[in-house]
Design a protein around this ligand. Structure first.
Ligand SMILES: [Zn+2]
Length: 462
């Protein structure tokens, strides 16, 4: 067949309005995964509904080779009975929207100023819509003789259990095709950091005086909390205000409610892979709580936690200085006499998860805090000069007429769970995982064009 140039795929721009409509419909499904769902679905009704909706839309676009793998993963194939040249993996789940601060309804997409606002617009439903329209375009044109397979998973934001289930039951990692993951902007990401999560917890027996009734901070384990609050009793508003004054930072306030005091910390939420972009409200809350006259046991636990994050052990401090680690408190809770936290660390290849765990355990020492760890993903690396990475760089440069950037990043995508996975091919918006997440409308056809062209090149030149 005669080779086609990237401009051939400009026809995808004619479908922009349809893509916008589809994305708005996808955003309206609040597909926040719940791994403890008790309704018989793996991640809750909304996540299952989301996969069903994608399948309906795929079929309506002429892509009928769809298969739903027990609510974990949906695949959409371009051609059945043909070898698969390339996979494109997107996630259909999203992080929660948080409680407040949005200018628009996060679950009701708003089109404004050339952008679509709503949870998932950029991470990752927008790219999913682009991938679907790209595949439908390839199908309609009948260009390819090899298959391209889209994968849509339901549990990426919590650590990709969906993909592990799929690999254990249906397609082993070594049998999967090379896969691009349009979930990390338009760079080519050949390396992703590992993710270590932890929960620190302690039972607190409180005396008769000042005591904690509740603490609540944290939306998800991978979000720096933008808001935190604690309800206190046995303490006067004036002594709480004095503690706030001693901290000397903006964002703390207290009000009396009945015979309790509500202490609130307001910061700025952001993705935990880039903690410096936000301001941690849970830590701010802790800084004030440490100064209140709770029982000595309670103060000791709160202070140990505060110190861990503000003056971390020297091993951790050195890694932070070398910028090969993030070390974030992403949740702080107190309920029924039990204090618990969420911790999120991202780490480079030069670091092992065990060394971070040991440093945390060392810092807790003999305190009442107990740490439990969860390794979400080991660092992922496909060498820069791997043929797949170099091929993608060539294809990107042909399509975009600009130099491709090959880089590594702190966040993990599906690529980390794949033998040959590279995050690539997404033009993204902003405020990912934060409030007012958005996607510029022109990213939809731009991403679709890049994905379609990449699929075409990968299929025809193997
Ligand atoms: Zn994502």
């Amino acid at each position: 067949m005669t080779p086609v140039s990237p401009s051939y795929f400009d026809a995808l721009y004619e479908q922009t309005d349809k893509m916008v409509k589809t994305l708005c419909e996808w955003i309206a499904i609040p597909s926040v995964a719940n791994e403890n769902a008790t309704d018989g679905t793996p991640y809750g009704r909304a996540c299952l509904r989301m996969l069903e909706k994608i399948e309906e839309d795929a079929r309506a676009l002429g892509l009928c080779a769809c298969r739903n793998f027990d609510g974990h993963v949906l695949t959409v194939d371009l051609l059945e009975n043909a070898p698969t040249a390339l996979g494109i993996a997107c996630h259909a789940d999203v992080v929660g929207a948080g409680r407040e601060g949005w200018r628009t309804d996060p679950w009701q997409a708003t089109v404004q100023d050339g952008c679509i606002f709503g949870r998932g617009a950029s991470d990752n439903k927008g790219a999913g819509v682009s991938a679907l329209y790209a595949l439908a375009f390839l199908k309609k044109q009948g260009l390819l003789h090899k298959n391209i397979r889209l994968y849509f998973g339901s549990d990426e934001e919590n650590g990709s259990a969906c993909l592990r289930y799929y690999q254990e039951h249906y397609e082993r990692p070594e049998d999967m095709p090379p896969i691009i993951v349009p979930d990390a902007g338009n760079e080519i990401v050949h390396g992703e950091w590992g993710i270590l999560r932890a929960s620190l917890s302690a039972s607190l027996s409180q005396g008769k005086g000042a005591s904690l009734l509740s603490i609540s901070a944290g939306e998800a384990m991978n979000i720096i909390p933008g808001r935190a609050e604690a309800r206190l009793s046995g303490v006067s508003l004036s002594s709480v205000n004095e503690a706030i004054r001693q901290v000397g930072k903006e964002g703390l306030s207290a009000v009396e409610e009945g015979d309790t005091v509500l202490l609130t910390a307001t910061g700025k939420s952001c993705h935990s892979s880039m903690p410096s972009q936000g301001f941690n409200a849970a830590l701010l809350l802790l800084s004030a709580l440490c100064r209140l006259p709770f029982s000595s046991e309670t103060v000791a636990v709160l202070s140990t936690l505060y110190t861990l994050y503000t003056t971390p052990p020297s091993f951790i401090g050195q890694l932070l200085e070398k910028a090969c680690l993030t070390f974030s408190l992403t949740g702080l809770f107190f309920k029924d006499g039990r204090l618990s936290t969420w911790h999120d660390s991202r780490y480079s290849y030069s670091v092992t998860a065990r060394s971070i765990e040991e440093a945390i355990e060392g810092a807790l020492g003999a305190s009442a805090l107990f740490a439990s760890f969860q390794r979400i993903g080991a660092p992922h690396l496909i060498e820069k000069d791997h043929p797949f990475v170099m091929r993608l760089a060539d294809i990107y440069e042909e399509c975009q007429k600009e130099k491709a950037t090959v880089t590594e990043m702190r966040a993990g995508t599906y690529a980390s769970s794949l033998d040959l996975g590279v995050a690539y091919g997404q033009f993204e918006g902003g405020n990912i995982h934060g409030i007012d997440e958005y996607l510029p409308i022109d990213c939809l056809p731009k991403t679709a064009k890049l994905l379609a062209y990449t699929a075409y090149r990968m299929a025809e030149e193997q």
